[in-house]
Design a protein around this ligand. Structure first.
Ligand code: ADP
Ligand code: MG
Length: 379
């Protein structure tokens, strides 16, 4: 450790004021490493100067891969330039706090107790982070807060969408009237056509928002989930082929059924496949043998219940852990304007929750992204 001398003094025998042999700096190090909770010490610029064994295990990295690295890289798997990392935010303000986050390579969520450490001059020269795995109850609480938040945002967004829908329809119709009844030069026609095109874009966003919040769920019937996956793939097959993306499927031999709205689940799969396609094209703009999407669909017994699992996994850009929590929020997108609306996953989440299921994500930056759908199975 950096300041072994200071640390030694903490172990002085109170009576003799002598340093006790069994309590020297290596003993501190032993205690540090004995902790089952990951502990990290970073400089105010976020560079890791110390990490205990539990951190190395959690991050599945060697000591050399951790010391000297930025905290975001180890804790969140890296950061994207325009996304603010909550730890970075803390490093700027340096006040003790507890931050909930995740460590890459681990399933489950962690909370971080973050404590500034002052040097002799009273200035914060290091920051200690102690991670603790959240209990099942805590995770459940976080999940229900998240679901409630999404529902509230959804309601608000749908309300706005309804309001926007009518004037937008008016704009599109009036622009069409202009085009049909009046004469323009080529530049004028181009402008009116652009008004219609952009108007249609707004209309499609409002349409998506309204369907995101719709509580009723169309016609639910017993359906074979494998058929939903196959039909969704058939719709995008041509696009995927064009981009050189190969789809590897894993389906059971025996049919099984779930009660679901075929069209809605197809919408979910199309959203997931479209995201995978984008991530693969972003990582490999040309042709590459690693441009694969793996899709599986199977039934499993969990606690005496039958559960349908559908997974969509790609080896595209992956995601930094710091934004995993925000993926399902309406309008959250990392795509440039015109490429993404940030609605695909929030709509998909709403549909799956509405079917009594769950939609989760596992991802490691620059490695893979896996979306997991769980739905009650059996009829
Ligand atoms: P959009 O696709 O319009 O951006 P989504 O709700 O579908 O909105 O996705 C939100 C964000 O989640 C995306 O902008 C992207 O950052 C991230 N994302 C979703 N799926 C993947 C994936 N398979 N690989 C990498 N990033 C993904
Ligand atoms: Mg999308």
């Amino acid at each position: 450790m950096k300041k072994k001398k200071d640390i030694d003094c903490l172990f002085k025998d109170e009576k003799s004021h002598e340093c006790c042999n069994s309590h020297d700096a290596s003993s501190w190090e032993q205690l540090f490493n004995a902790s089952q909770d990951p502990i990290l010490v970073v400089r105010p610029d976020g560079i890791i100067v110390e990490a205990n064994d539990a951190t190395l295990q959690a991050a599945r990295k060697t000591r050399n891969e951790v010391i000297g690295q930025g905290i975001c890289k180890i804790v969140h798997g890296g950061r994207w330039p325009h996304i603010k990392c909550p730890l970075e935010e803390f490093l700027m303000t340096c006040t003790p706090k507890v931050e909930e986050t995740r460590l890459p390579g681990l399933f489950g969520e962690y909370s971080f107790a973050i404590s500034p450490v002052k040097g002799m001059d009273g200035k914060v020269d290091r920051i200690m982070l102690i991670a603790r795995e959240l209990t099942r109850d805590e995770i459940r609480k976080v999940d229900s807060i998240r679901t409630a938040k999404l529902a509230a945002i959804g309601e608000l967004a749908a309300g706005v969408a309804h309001e926007v829908n009518n004037p937008v329809t008016g704009i599109i119709n009036f622009a069409q009237v202009l085009l049909d009844k009046y004469t323009f030069d080529a530049a004028g026609i181009d402008i009116v056509q652009k008004i219609i095109k952009e108007g249609n874009r707004i209309a499609s966003i409002t349409h998506n928002l309204i369907s995101f919040s719709r509580a009723d769920s169309g016609a639910r019937k017993p359906v074979n989930p494998v058929e939903i996956v196959k039909e969704s793939l058939a719709l995008v097959q041509h696009q995927l082929q064009k981009d050189g993306i190969m789809v590897v499927t894993d389906f059971p031999e025996k049919d099984f059924f779930i009660v679901a709205d075929f069209r809605q689940l197809q919408q979910v799969l199309l959203n997931l496949i479209s995201n995978s396609r984008y991530a693969l094209n972003a990582r490999y703009p040309g042709f590459d043998s690693k441009k694969n999407i793996e899709i599986s669909c199977f039934e499993k017994q969990v606690d005496g219940h039958r559960v349908c699992h559908i997974t969509v996994k790609d080896y595209g850009t992956g995601l930094p852990q710091s934004i995993l929590e925000r993926l399902f929020e309406p309008f959250f997108t990392t795509k440039p304007p015109g490429k993404g609306t940030g609605l695909g996953l929030s709509i998909s989440y709403g549909i799956i929750k509405d079917h009594g299921g769950d939609l989760r994500v596992n991802s490691v930056l620059e490695k893979y992204t896996e979306m997991l759908i769980e739905l009650p199975s059996g009829i």
